[in-house]
Design a protein around this ligand. Structure first.
Ligand code: HEC
Length: 141
């Protein structure tokens, strides 16, 4: 309560309701704006809140593979020793498997707050890129 500035992005991520979409400050995604000036993303929900033509090209090759490796494969690779309960059917070894689970991944890992990975180790920028990838890239890339 009290004095929290509206633009206190990057805090603990505990915001439960998405901010209103009017006049949402672009400063919420400062790092990404360096690479992408002028986009008006709403990073508060799973939707892109903008136009795919305005966002950087994000693919498995330049982002997804590393993201999945670091944040998901610890439990969701077929070769992992201890899946910590992750279902056998939810395995992300290949780009095809990722795209097959696209909607579930967006729902669990690109939402605010995310529910995957369970430890919530991703940053808001990671989740924005995840949306740019799975909502805008050519399917299967
Ligand atoms: C520490 C282990 C762990 C990590 C890391 C992890 N998961 Fe999971 N995942 C689980 C467990 C356990 C379940 C089953 C329970 C559940 O659904 O919450 C699961 C289930 C899922 C499901 C199937 C359930 C559904 O809602 O459709 C999806 C999709 C998923 N995870 C996506 C991801 C993504 C994407 C990442 C990386 C961003 C990730 N997970 C990282 C442990 C993990």
């Amino acid at each position: 309560m009290g004095n929290h500035p509206e633009t206190a992005g990057g805090g603990l991520g505990g915001r439960l309701t998405p901010p209103a979409d009017n006049g949402y400050p672009e400063a919420m995604v400062p790092l990404l704006l360096l690479a992408c000036s002028g986009s008006s993303l709403d990073s508060g929900e799973t939707s892109l809140g903008g136009d795919c033509a305005e966002v950087p090209v994000v693919t498995y090759a330049n982002f997804g593979e590393g993201f999945i490796l670091h944040h998901c494969q610890g439990c969701h690779a077929s070769t992992t020793q201890d899946r910590y309960g992750a279902p056998e059917t939810v395995t992300f070894d290949t780009v095809e498997q990722v795209w097959q689970a696209r909607d579930r991944i967006l729902d669990r890992a690109a939402s605010e707050p995310p529910t995957m990975p369970p430890a919530a180790s991703t940053t808001k920028d990671d989740r924005t890129r995840l949306r740019w990838w799975l909502l805008c890239a050519e399917e299967g890339t």
